[in-house]
Design a protein. Structure first.
Length: 390
């Protein structure tokens, strides 16, 4: 593993790798999230219902979650480079399958490949951030996680251009090129070697370590509620605005882009603050602000007010990950930090992957408002848990 560095965030070997892995995360997030603003066009083209579309998102996010622990554990035992380059290669291939899907079965296959490739990537990337930085770790986590929000913001623009000029399928072309380019860059720049060996996942030891105390168990519950809300919003916010609130399609696209544009600022800001002030206060405040703003998203009648509420919601919700991930990486033993974080991510993202299916099913059976009120409640419960156990 690389010794922690106090160099500038984008200078030297550490900075070069931080830029590379952040660009890779940008590309993966753009590819996964570009589906949301194109959902209406996609469902009409392939002739599927909201429930089936929600299950496709759950497939993608569920497999992504399932791989978090193996990728973290193997990145500890093998090398970060092995997992990062493999994940980018699989994600790139999966995006090609999504772009060429002509049936629901093909869509699910593409979602499964993307979910698997994406699942190998982020825990190893976050573990590498922890390897590379010490005193600036919170800021580095903030910048790295913000790259995913820039990917989401770009996804809105990519989707708008593809739908206006060609079709939804062409949105994946720049994403495939970028994921492949980052894989090549990491292959060339990283000083680590590729290691392909059979290694034990030590699932029992990791589970015993994480579940032996009540604190990690309750943090896991809170993070699961956060992930459930986030994945549901990322999948259905544009559709909620167009179908649920009957706004013009451009409002949903703008709101979706704003969600990630604000996150790109909120994450590094929160990460930087977490290096100097209470992470508990920041995490609780972020969840409470997110819950209050999401309530406003549901009730306000005007498009301008709704987009404004999304901006505040994003500022709260997306400030949470870098703060809690810095907290957890400090709490985990250094020799197992990647695997421990991956194990937690497997659980909370896996259960959180039910969020899109929940919104799709409730919106079909009742309406979007009821579904979104359930998400508000999830954030409130998560805030109470973090306030009590951290």
């Amino acid at each position: 593993m690389t010794s922690p560095s106090d160099d500038g965030l984008v200078r030297g070997y550490a900075g070069r790798l931080l830029v590379a892995i952040s660009t890779g995360w940008f590309a993966i997030q753009a590819g996964r999230l570009v589906l949301s603003p194109m959902l209406s066009a996609l469902t009409a083209d392939i002739h599927i219902t909201n429930t089936k579309a929600g299950f496709a998102f759950t497939t993608l996010w569920g497999l992504y979650a399932l791989l978090q622990y193996p990728s973290g554990r193997l990145s500890d035992a093998l090398s970060r480079k092995t997992l990062l380059v493999t994940g980018l290669g699989m994600a790139s291939g999966g995006f090609v399958v999504l772009a060429t899907a002509r049936s629901y079965a093909a869509l699910l296959v593409g979602a499964a490949i993307v979910g698997t490739g994406a699942g190998l990537y982020p825990t190893a990337a976050r573990a590498l951030v922890a390897d590379l930085y010490s005193t600036k770790q919170g800021r580095a986590f903030g910048l790295h996680t913000a790259s995913g929000d820039l990917g989401g913001m770009s996804a809105a623009g990519i989707a708008a251009v593809a739908l206006a000029l060609l079709s939804w399928r062409y949105a994946f072309v720049p994403i495939v090129c970028l994921t492949a380019a980052v894989a090549i860059a990491l292959h060339v720049w990283s000083r680590e070697s590729y290691v392909f060996e059979r290694r034990s996942l030590a699932v029992r030891d990791t589970a015993a370590r994480l579940l032996s105390g009540t604190q990690f168990r309750w943090i896991l519950v809170a993070y699961t509620l956060y992930a459930f809300t986030w994945q549901a919003i990322a999948a259905f916010l544009p559709t909620f605005f167009t179908d649920g609130k009957e706004f013009a399609p451009v409002v949903g696209t703008v709101a979706f882009g704003a969600l990630f544009a604000v996150g790109a600022i909120a994450k590094p800001t929160a990460g930087t603050l977490s290096d100097t002030i209470s992470r508990r206060a920041l995490a609780v405040g972020a969840l409470v602000l997110g819950a209050a703003a999401l309530s406003a998203v549901v009730v306000v009648p005007s498009p301008v007010a709704a987009v404004g509420a999304v901006v505040v919601f994003a500022a709260g919700l997306l400030a949470f990950p870098p703060v809690m991930q810095s907290y957890l990486m400090d709490a985990f033993p250094p020799e197992s930090a990647g695997g421990d974080l991956g194990a937690m991510r497997t659980v909370y993202i896996g259960l959180g992957a039910l969020g899109p299916t929940y919104v799709g099913a409730v919106s079909t059976a009742a309406n979007y408002e009821i579904a979104f009120w359930g998400l508000v409640g999830a954030l409130i419960v998560a805030a109470v848990i973090i306030a009590r156990v951290t």
